[in-house]
Design a protein around this ligand. Sequence first.
Ligand SMILES: Nc1ncnc2c1ncn2[C@@H]1O[C@H](COP(=O)(O)OP(=O)(O)OP(=O)(O)O)[C@@H](O)[C@H]1O
Ligand SMILES: [Mg+2]
Length: 209
Amino acid sequence: MKSVLIVNPKGGAGKTTLATNLAGGLASFGNGEVRLWDLDRQHSSLEWLALRPADRPAISPLVGNKQDHGHSRKKSAGWLILDSPAGIHGKMLQRALKLANKVIVPIQPSIFDIAASDDFLRELREEKVVRKEKCRIGIVGMRVDPRTRAASTLGAYLQQYDLPILTWLRDTQVYANAAFNGLSIFDLPDSVSGRDTEQWQPILEWVSD
Ligand SMILES: Nc1ncnc2c1ncn2[C@@H]1O[C@H](COP(=O)(O)OP(=O)(O)OP(=O)(O)O)[C@@H](O)[C@H]1O
Ligand SMILES: [Mg+2]
């Protein structure tokens, strides 16, 4: 099973939006079963999943004993997407990283978000699993128009960490509107979310690689 952790300790960075849409994208286009594991006590991802219509590509929730999951996870095919809470650090971050092959960090292009992510990106790079290259990190610019000064400032800031920017996702109500119905942008017609699904292609390719 390939597992992808979505993480950024900054609240509201876009973790749940990324996790639920990644699960939706993989359910539509990936090979194998898709599971969503919500490490956040707010359970936003699980609430989204509870709203998901039964006729949409299936995503199953993963709940219960973490050790059992660790055991069964290695054996089964498919995908595990982990949504994580704001404020994650230390032991909980280490435990979450051990479960993941890939890590996606959503960051918004503001001075507040950049400042809040700084210590975290440093901590992430020092983690053993990352240093040993057991788990790869990619950044997603959230709510960004790549032509703006904000985007180039974020890009320049990220260069010091030598981490790939997988893509920029535009600021749009399409995500919020889809989420109200337990849908991802991949469940919507092209006329509504075509621009957005296109922006997601590098993410789907990177996690599948
Ligand atoms: N690309 C986007 N365009 C417009 N709105 C977005 C986008 N991405 C996220 N949002 C909105 O930003 C808000 C925060 O997003 P989200 O809940 O995914 O963040 P989070 O990191 O999971 O927050 P928390 O730390 O509280 O768990 C939500 O209202 C969401 O709809
Ligand atoms: Mg969240």
